[in-house]
Design a protein. Structure first.
Length: 633
């Protein structure tokens, strides 16, 4: 038994690329050697960046305690009532009381600050009527903000932003959208925020990167996000930054110290753990902003020589109340996928093909052919991030190709279906109590034999899949004619007491086409069967098809199986086959995993190493994935 080396290497334009991911599942403390940054730390399997803020108050008379009307505050417009009041206060003795009869009436103050620095600005407001709000003017701050008051001093409006106008226009407003009445109190601008304290960078360069992505839990109106294509010299210079502040997402670039808005703040549907992402389309200077798996705004072109060839990536946060769950850097060629429900391909690869997976408590098991040789391997991981695997050799009395493993809940044993040679189209079965040592069953005879008539389907058979349900073995297999011009998926049932013998009732359940390499799953929460197939043979642009049959339907009928969706994995050149899907317990960082074989024919020419088991992950259970699939039909 030895620890496998995770082959996470890709090539693009002759350059080797090693994708990066960090889910921060480790002991509290420093980020570790993969990261550089002066304030980032692990806390509760999340990263917290704690910016250093100069506590000096930049406003004068921030609580409206001095003079009536309040000194040092400018009067905005001509509100009928503009006064210091002790009727309704949050802190101290007085608050600002304003009654407006039109928009843009209220109070403002603009202290002299330093352009290019980040500051904290905040305040409290209580609504009596209308739509009052506190605002940091978006012409002066990036991102700007507008916080609407509630019927009480319920919460402090806390924001962070960069001053982008000259220093005497750092305006903070207490105003309203129309006629309104409100009280405002305890306004504040502090800072600057020490720039270096906002960032954490991955401690190595990435050539030919195609995406930087991070999953954030945002402290409202305090931007956090990702930084990409940075030159590695000075913070917040020569780079692209994308952010979310809990209500909006946007994207900037810095050439030197000059900030240019690429995508204006755009309203998003926020969720804890949703991702902020910058994507670069392959071979171009076209960049995209994505939030929660959906593009925000339109494509933008960044052609600045100070940015486009840079190789450094990282994350940033303007407030310690925000936490980061995970960070990914993906290779060039990472493009929008044809199904949004498969997310974040993290190309952890084993040299091999034809995998099947099962969970055993907080452990994921995988069996696979180590490379078209019939040499069966058993690998497992207890790493929540699914990055560190251990491999075992398997003991069995013959080569194993087109292997698949399932567990029988009735006797607790594991069962393996396999073929003995590439041109031996018979399927055999073995059992094991320990996942490693296998003993043939059915007296060593095949459990499925090929059709001797070369004109019929299933005269040539390849990958199969099976599972146990209520004492019955449900078996599917991909078959074709000689020579194989198209495929069908066959379905049969049997029992251990009967051999098994799947020849007695084999029935084609898909029409002639490219579908092969089936993986059969039953989703008890929805009482549906899902069939994942490789569906684009013999082309080199791989895709996985998903079929559904209701639990109450006759699974032997073609009409019972509805094709739901085709999806791929971010590489337009991906030759994917041998899909295997497994739902994961909450212990892992994802709730489902898809393992597939990349470029088995070795004809792709670019991308990852041929004949590698690549894996794509998803934060949803199979039931949740099914719910999304069925809506897309």
């Amino acid at each position: 038994m030895n620890t496998i080396e995770k082959l996470m290497m890709m090539t693009e334009g002759g350059q080797q690329f090693i994708p990066f991911s960090d889910t921060f599942v480790r002991s509290d403390g420093t980020l570790g050697s993969d990261w550089i940054g002066i304030t980032g730390a692990i806390s509760g399997n999340k990263t917290v960046i704690t910016p250093t803020v100069d506590p000096t108050e930049r406003l004068v008379n921030p609580g409206f305690e001095t003079s009536d009307p309040p000194a040092t505050w400018g009067k905005l417009g001509s509100p009928p009532t503009y006064e210091r009041s002790n009727v309704d206060v949050h802190e101290g003795t007085y608050a600002l009381h304003v009654i407006t009869n039109a928009a843009s009436q209220g109070a403002y103050q603009g202290p002299t600050l330093t352009k290019g620095n980040w500051y904290k600005y905040s305040g409290w407001m209580k609504k009596i009527s209308g739509t009052p709000y506190i605002q940091a003017n978006p012409s002066h701050w990036k991102p700007g903000s507008a916080d609407y008051a509630g019927v009480a001093y319920a919460a402090q409006f806390k924001h962070s932003g960069e001053l982008v106008e000259n220093g005497s226009r750092a305006y903070l407003y207490c105003t309203a959208a129309a006629a309104a009445e409100f009280y405002a109190d305890t306004m504040s601008i502090t800072g600057p925020i020490a720039t270096a304290s906002m960032f954490a960078y991955i401690n190595r360069p990435f050539k030919n990167a195609g995406a930087i992505k991070a999953q954030w839990n945002i402290s409202p109106f305090n931007p956090a996000g990702v930084i990409g294509w940075w030159d590695g010299v000075a913070d917040k210079q020569n780079c692209i930054m994308a952010y979310c502040d809990g209500a909006f997402a946007g994207m900037w670039k810095y050439v030197g110290t000059t900030l240019t808005q690429l995508i204006a703040p755009t309203a998003i549907v926020y969720g804890d753990g949703y991702s902020v992402e910058i994507r670069r389309l392959p071979g171009t200077n076209t960049f995209q902003l994505w939030y929660a798996g959906s593009q925000v705004g339109t494509n933008v072109t960044v052609s600045d020589s100070a940015i486009i060839n840079n190789t450094h990536f990282g994350i940033f946060s303007s407030d310690s109340g925000s936490t980061c769950n995970a960070v990914y850097v993906n290779p060039s060629g990472y493009v929008p996928k044809t199904a949004a429900f498969i997310d974040d391909p993290i190309y952890v690869a084993l040299l091999g093909i034809e995998s099947s997976m099962l969970t055993d408590g907080n452990r994921l098991d995988m069996w696979y052919d180590s490379g078209e040789s019939g040499n069966l391997k058993y690998a497992y991981t207890t790493d929540p991030a699914l990055l560190n695997w251990t491999v075992n050799d398997v003991t069995i009395n013959s080569p194993c190709l087109f292997d698949y493993v399932s567990k029988n809940p009735d006797d607790g044993l594991y069962y393996l279906c396999y073929q003995k040679a590439y041109t031996d189209y018979e399927v055999y079965m073995a059992s094991s109590p320990d996942k490693v040592t296998w003993t043939p069953i059915n007296s060593g005879n095949p459990v499925f034999t090929h059709d001797p008539n070369a004109a019929n389907y299933f005269s040539v058979n390849f990958n199969c899949s099976f599972l146990f349900k209520d004492g019955t073995i449900h078996f599917v297999i991909g078959g074709t004619k000689i020579p194989g011009s198209s495929y069908k998926i066959g379905y049969a049932t049997s029992t251990l007491a009967a051999g098994p013998n799947f020849n007695t009732n084999i029935t084609a359940i898909t029409p002639p086409g490219g579908d092969q390499n089936p993986d059969l799953r039953y989703v008890a929460e929805r009482d549906v069967w899902l069939l994942f197939t490789y569906g684009t043979y013999p082309g080199q642009t791989g895709g996985i098809f998903v079929w559904r049959a209701l639990g109450s339907s006759d699974l032997t009928l073609v009409s019972s199986w509805l094709r739901l969706k085709t999806f791929s994995f971010g590489f337009t050149d991906c030759y994917a086959c041998d899909p295997s899907v497994c739902e994961l317990p909450p212990y892992f960082n994802w709730r489902s995993i898809l393992s597939y074989n990349y470029d088995q024919t070795h004809t792709n020419g670019v991308g990852r190493t041929p004949s590698t088991l690549s894996q794509a992950f998803n934060s949803r259970t199979l039931a949740q994935i099914y719910d999304e699939l069925i809506r897309e039909v």
